[in-house]
Structure formats: C-alpha cells, structure tokens
Design a protein around this ligand. Structure first.
Ligand code: UD1
Ligand code: CA
Length: 461
C-alpha cells in the first residue's frame, strides 16, 4: 500500500482586536523579540512546509497584510468578528478539498513545529488532531469533555455547567483536520450560545457524530500555547522566549554572565569561547567569531565580528563588519557601511560611519571619522574630525598608510593625506597633504610681552 500524503494548508486566525493591548497597532503586529507576533507563527507555518498559509485578518484593516508582505502568504479579510468558526469560514473558499488544514493563532507565537507535527499526522490519517493542555487555573478556556476517556465535545467556559468548569483539560484552539470534513462541519455551525458566536470548537462534537476519531496531543511546554492579550502577557512571553535563546547559547558553550539579562532580536551565531556581559542587545543577524568578548550594555545590529575581538562596554555597532583582534569601546559608535580590518583600535567617544579602516590603525579618543578610507598603521589623535559634509554633499577623506594625525585636527573633505605624512595638532586641512612631510595650518605661537588680564572695576558706593 502506498501512502499518499495530503498537502498541508495552514490557517492563522488574526482578526481579533486585542482591546487589552490599549494600542492602535493591531495586536498580532506587536513585536516579540523584534518580530511581529504573527511573524513568529508564519515562520512556524513555513517550517512545517505548508503548501499554503492563509492569514485571516480584520482589526487594523490593511495594516496586517502590509506589514507581513510575503509571497507565500494569502490574506482573507474577516470584516466583522463573529467567532473562531466564522473566521475559519471566511478562508474555506481558498482551501483545497483534499488537503489537511492546521489552525493556528496569530497571538500564540511560541508554538513549536515539533508540537504540531503529531496533529498534522493525525489529520493525514483521517483523524482530527487536537492540542489540549492541563491547566491549574482553567478559567476562561474551552473545556475538553470526555466520556470513558474519549473526547466527545468542547464546551466554552461561558456555556459550561459548574461540573464542566471543574475540568482542567482545556482547548488550546489549535487543531488539524482533513479539509473536506472541515468544510462540511463549518457549514453546520450555529451561534446559539452564550456569546452568540460561531465556535470553531463545535466541530469536535460534529467529528464525533460522524465517527471521526479525535486524537489529542499536549505541548512539550505550557508556554507554547500561551496567548498574548495584554502588554503584561507580551512581556512574560518575551522573557520566556529570551530565556530559551539564552539556554541555547549556554548549551552551545557561550559564556553569558547573566542569562536573564540578554536580548536577542534576530539571530546570534557564536564561535567557541565567546563571552557576553550583561544587558547586551543583538538585533538582526549577528555573528561573533571565536573568543569574541562583548562588554556590558552593548547593542549590535547586523554585524559580523571576527575572532579575538574585544568590544568594551556601551558600544553600539550597526550594519558593520568588524575584523579580527580589534579593540572597540568603551563608548564607541560604529555606523553603517563601516569595515574595520585586523588589529584596529577604536576608543571612547569615537564615531565611525561608512569608512574602511585597514590593519593596525588606531582612533582612540573623541573623534568622528566619516566617509573615509584609511590605510594601515594610521594613528588618529584625540578630537580629530573628518568634515565630510559641506551642507549639500558628502565627500571622502583618504588617509594613506602610516599617517600620524595630531590631536584636534579637521580634515575638510575631499582631501587626501599621503603615505607617512604627519599633520600637526590643531590643523584644519583643506588641501591634500604630501606623503612623508609635516603639514600644519595653525598660526605661529607668540607671546605678548607685558599683557595684563582685565580686572573687575570697583563699584562706586
Ligand atoms: C478560544 C476557544 C477556546 C480556547 C481558547 C484558547 C473558541 C470558540 N474558543 O476561546 O475553546 O480555550 O480560544 O485561547 O474557539 N479570532 C478571529 N476572529 C473571530 C474571533 C476570534 O480571528 O471572529 C481570533 C482571535 O484574534 C484570537 C483567536 O481567534 O487570536 C481566539 O479568539 P478568542 O476570542 O480569544 O477566543 P477565546 O474566547 O479565548
Ligand atoms: Ca471570545
């Protein structure tokens, strides 16, 4: 016998208003780890290999499809929210007749593919796969009613008798079912219940009536099925998610001085013997090479850092490429388009933007280097500024190998400093400086003999 697998179609319900978020942003667009709640669920759908993923949206209008633009998604508007069954009904015309449908929720972001696979498998085998969980405090949830151990129906909290309310096994809302049956049962739903809504949960009793087995599974962790209804719940899920990332990094051998004080809003890939101090934020895609050390309170966004580099406290790096064996910070700011080669030192209160700095160069104190190409073994004195902007256009500064720039120098771009040149402290460089020579622009020092400081005049009384 050959097993024909039906293709998987995933419905993500995301039409709810989320009143308790007290926000103009649709609930499912609130970020968790820097990504919309709905984005986490969409990633899970893609991970499961869904042939089609359909998002049912409503509150917030086009904001949801606009924010989530992705060729692999289709969007269905549920203009008025008449319940979860009504939401599913809106999407049915978009689903094939011979597929398997998995229903997920845009505000339940931490569900793992491994927890969903057995439900999909149950539906592939012609059964109804239902995810349930046992809660100490089941208030508000739909209860799983069983007879002789077999599920017979779900009763919503508001419709439940006191005896039913005593049941601790609750509906997570997540289920998988062959589409042909789902289409039939959804058409039969009625809204004669306490909330006047079409309940998706009523399909359970219809399945039982039609002799379709209901197969329940439970998630590996209770947090997988937690939903977000308020900012407090969002913050709680953020911590759970961050803790998971931190545990993964620890298992991979990364030293986290405090795993409770780490925020990864994207992906963080680490080599061996990486050390991360407290309160660092990693955004986008960040890669830290072997032996990289990150001091406290650093923010790194879309950065690759090569082996052996040390980043001291309070350093911000955005969209840059940091070479090996560098020393950055404390208090350095590296902005987009910057590439630091090997053994580069960038010190406190130094800002570098869209510049390439070659091996062994040092910019240690209070400087701004923008739109600059810098050679090897250059030394930039404290308080040096590249004046890259003339008020209308940006211009480049070129500093060749082994240049020494004295403190408090301004380089008015476009300008080139030749190889091995020295610029005297306080120079305002407006023309190219020749290689190997000392160039300076300051006036000659003089002493005014006999000069006296002014004194305060005595007041007449
Ligand atoms: C639902 C379940 C309940 C389960 C609980 C788990 C039903 C009838 N009840 O209850 O058994 O224990 O979830 O959290 O399904 N939504 C729409 N359109 C609608 C209504 C809801 O898109 O018209 C979406 C919401 O945005 C939300 C989800 O469906 O993401 C669940 O809706 P909600 O009203 O929170 O369901 P509950 O009453 O909590
Ligand atoms: Ca409801």
């Amino acid at each position: 016998m050959t097993l024909m697998q039906s293709q998987l179609e995933i419905l993500i319900l995301a039409a709810g208003k989320g009143t308790r978020m007290r926000s103009d942003l649709p609930k499912v667009l609130h970020p968790l780890a820097g990504k919309p709640l709905l984005g986490h669920v969409v990633d899970t759908a893609h991970a499961l290999g869904a042939a089609r993923t359909c998002v049912v949206y409503g509150f917030g209008g086009e904001a949801v499809p606009q924010a989530m633009a992705d060729d692999r998604l289709s969007f269905v508007l549920q203009a008025e929210q008449h319940g979860t069954g009504h939401a599913v009904k809106q999407a049915l015309p978009h689903l094939a007749d011979d597929s398997v449908v998995l229903v997920l929720y845009g505000d339940v972001p931490l569900i793992r593919p491994a927890t969903l696979q057995p439900l999909v498998a149950a539906a592939q085998a012609g059964r109804l796969g239902l995810l349930t969980v046992n809660l100490a405090h089941p208030d508000g949830y739909g209860r799983i009613v069983r007879e002789s151990g077999r599920v017979t129906r779900i009763v919503e909290h508001k419709d439940a008798t006191p005896a039913e309310r005593a049941i601790h096994e609750v509906n997570t809302g997540i289920l998988a079912v062959p589409s042909r049956q789902l289409k039939r049962w959804i058409a039969e739903l009625r809204n004669d219940n306490a909330q006047g809504e079409y309940y998706l949960t009523d399909v359970i009793a219809l399945a039982v009536r039609d002799g379709v087995d209901v197969e329940t599974h439970q998630p590996g962790h209770e947090w997988e099925v937690l939903g977000v209804n308020s900012k407090a719940q969002l913050a709680e899920l953020e911590r759970i998610h961050q803790n998971g990332i931190a545990q993964g990094l620890l298992e991979a051998g990364v030293t986290l001085l405090d795993p409770a004080r780490l925020d990864v809003r994207g992906t963080l890939a680490c080599g061996r013997d990486v050390v991360i101090d407290v309160n660092c934020v990693f955004e986008g895609r960040v890669e830290l090479g072997d032996g990289v050390q990150v001091g406290a309170h650093c923010v790194l966004r879309n950065v690759r850092v090569a082996a052996g580099t040390r980043i001291d406290a309070f350093t911000l790096i955005d969209d840059a490429e940091i070479g090996a064996a560098n020393r950055l910070g404390p208090f350095s700011r590296i902005r987009p388009g910057t590439r630091l080669a090997r053994d580069v030192h960038v010190g406190n209160f130094v800002e570098i933007k869209n510049s390439q700095i070659d091996d062994g160069s040092k910019i240690n104190h209070l400087s701004y280097v923008g739109d600059t190409t810098m050679g090897k073994r250059v030394n930039i004195g404290a308080g040096t500024i590249t004046c890259n902007y003339d008020g209308a256009n940006k211009h480049r500064t070129v500093i060749e190998d082994e240049v020494f720039v004295g403190s408090d120098t301004q380089l008015v771009a476009p300008v080139t400093v030749g190889r091995g040149a020295t610029l005297g402290a306080g120079t305002t460089l407006t023309k190219d400086a020749p290689a190997g020579e000392l160039t300076l622009s300051r006036a000659k020092q003089l002493t005014v003999a006999g000069w006296k400081r002014p004194v305060k005049q005595k007041k007449e009384s």
